[in-house]
Design a protein around this ligand. Sequence first.
Ligand code: PLP
Length: 359
Amino acid sequence: MSRIYNFSAGPATLPESVLQEAQAELVDFGGAGMSVMEMSHRSKEYDAVHEETIANIRELMDIPEDYAVLFLTGGASGQFAMVPMNLLGEGQTADYTNSGSWASKAIKEAKGIGSVNIAADCGKELPARVPEQDELNLTPGAAYLHITSNETISGAQWKTFPRAEAPLVADMSSDILSRPFDLSPFGLIYAGAQKNLGPAGMTVVIIRKDLADRVSDRVPVMFRYKTHIENNSLYNTPPCFNIYMVMLVTRWIKEQGGLKAMAEINAGKAARLYDVIDASEFYRGTAAPAYRSDMNVTFRLPSEELEAGFIKAAAARDMKGLKGHRSVGGIRASIYNAFPEAGVDALAAFMKEFEKENG
Ligand SMILES: Cc1ncc(COP(=O)(O)O)c(C=O)c1O
């Protein structure tokens, strides 16, 4: 068996040891004589998986008891709707920052549900960035302030989070569990699993429990956070196998030393690629240096032909998934928590070699 370096933005690389563990337990989970996939979500064996996954996320992110950790489905895109359905009451306004493609999708959905104020908009700027605190035009008494902590497509990341009176709501799909931060200004965090948490098919929501009481009776039961808090994410059948995979991934992150260690490793990996870009006239980073992401390193070459040649030559060296998002083109190296350091070194060396040959 040989594994390639997979730079895909999501679904993305998982720790190899996690995949091996899942493989070893696939047919018979912990002596139960069946797979986690075949097990009742009400069973004692599954309950241990469910509770450990919640406990691991709580421990890693230092989440206090007044917040709930939920496992939902429908992706981060489902949360674009569920957040305003639950938290944006009639007569209220929600503030949204537009930092790029994902933020603008969240905004579009929220506008169909309630009143939205765009507190700052740099979504189409190049080089890409996120708004600064002094640009924010916040609504007094806003229901919440929504941010996209890492724009997976442009490669712009909030390095410090904005200050607001309203609770912060963050789409952390592409940088959850990649760095420590103070949770207290946040009312809600959501993340599709398929980058830093596990396989696609589940969404983690971390919500301050009192906010769930805002929901109107008109919201269907399944789409209320309150329902899932009261039922510990077991109102309906949860994505049990995905939750099990997140349990293994969060165990792995704990073994790496938790989020502080993860952040150091991630910053080191990203710096190795940004150093090559900064030292070069050939590569041009597409995010402004102060905001560039430790998760998605985006750059352009002098022409689209060279970009196509770069992607092809990298693939021949078993480095795949480097093509930028179809909406922006260019190159994107997604190097989430589980992406190996050796793969970053291989790409940095290849970039230098490709520049020498084509620059
Ligand atoms: C920041 C961000 N938000 C939302 C999404 C959409 O997630 P999903 O496909 O789980 O709905 C993505 C997916 O790549 C993303 O990167």
